[in-house]
Design a protein around this ligand. Sequence first.
Ligand code: PMT
Length: 399
Amino acid sequence: MKGKNVVVGVTGGIAAYKAAELVRLLVKAGAQTRVAMTAHATKFVTPLTFEVLSENRVVWDMWDGQESPMSHITMSQEADLIIIAPATANFIGKIAHGIADDFLSTSIVAATGKMLVCPSMNSRMLSNPAVQENITLLRKRGYTVMAPQEGELACGERGVGRLPEPEQILEQARILLSEHDLSGMKVLVTAGATVEPIDPVRYITNRSSGKMGYALARAAALRGAEVMLVSGPTSLNPPRNVKVFRVKTAAEMRDAVLGHHAECDVVIKAAAVLDYKPRRQSKTKIKKLEEIQSLELVRNPDILAELGRRRSGKRSLLVGFAAETHDLMSNAREKLRKKNLDMIIANDVSREDAGFESDTNAVKIIHRDGRVEELPLMTKEDLADRILDRVKKLWKETA
Ligand code: PMT
């Protein structure tokens, strides 16, 4: 979202409080965010809340003398995206019929950028034919209208009408603002840890949270690629527009990857696959009294090495990660060579702010021709885009 101008239009519904979280998320994602409110919305949340969160002045009164007479034009012209959240039945009706009687509605009439409308209201209001026709009209004109969610409504009733969660609105905004520069590319990403059971209640695993792999899958999908994600167990929400295959053991991950890699142009293996598994898995819980003195382990298949061996003349890219605590570069170079990769992401996992579990990462990218690029500490989302930039360039070069 960096470098993007986003306007959040807040109208007068109880869900206006959720717009505060949306603004916080947009700012965190790097968007230049401005807020415009209707007068009714200011009865639910004060402009000051949005001013603090957006670090920008909030406009809600066209006549307060603080705004230039043309600011409704400039604000809407500069916006890459206008999000109306929440959008009330009244406001949807106004914009569907070109009514411009306050700052926000006037800005929308003047807008030329993308529009994202997030209705939120009582379910009977939502199903009213006039509201439904207005929503259809907006969709016909190219506005994206998010479907309201089902659940408990502010009036105490249950039904459809809830504002989607701010994270979902942010995800939709990302989709609308993305450039689709990877469209036509099929990408397979692996993420998270694998687990190997010892008995029905115990297992061995590692610290991978899946964040790095999920960030890669999400970024590739946002950029228009067709994405398959083979994921070990994780608490993360699946990214939108990504086909997710859930696996537990290394053998299951191998089956899923080998079953689909031939359909893909690019495979990125961010998963932390367990190299070993217990030789025997007890079918019943091992009792404390039996005291396990030692755990005999056997090797798991090396999925990436197998993909490297299977490479044919078909145009494809193979990208690996190397998680190391010492001798980072020499170990990573060795893996790149042995596994027959095009690129390896050397990840120093001894750092607190990089590697496992953290939201940030700092890596060195080693190319097949020996070139090394050192990337500074950044969010895993940003790093995913940087890795995909390299993948895109290499893909073009191999054409
Ligand atoms: O999930 P997070 O908490 O966000 O953490 C991210 C991460 C640290 C897991 C990620 O950035 C990372 O470094 N992933 C690779 C972890 C790893 O297993 O590295 P490795 O050096 O052991 O393996 C090298 C490569 O071979 C990896 O691409 C791995 O997926 C692959 N491999 C390894 C073993 C095996 N049996 N099969 C494999 O395919």
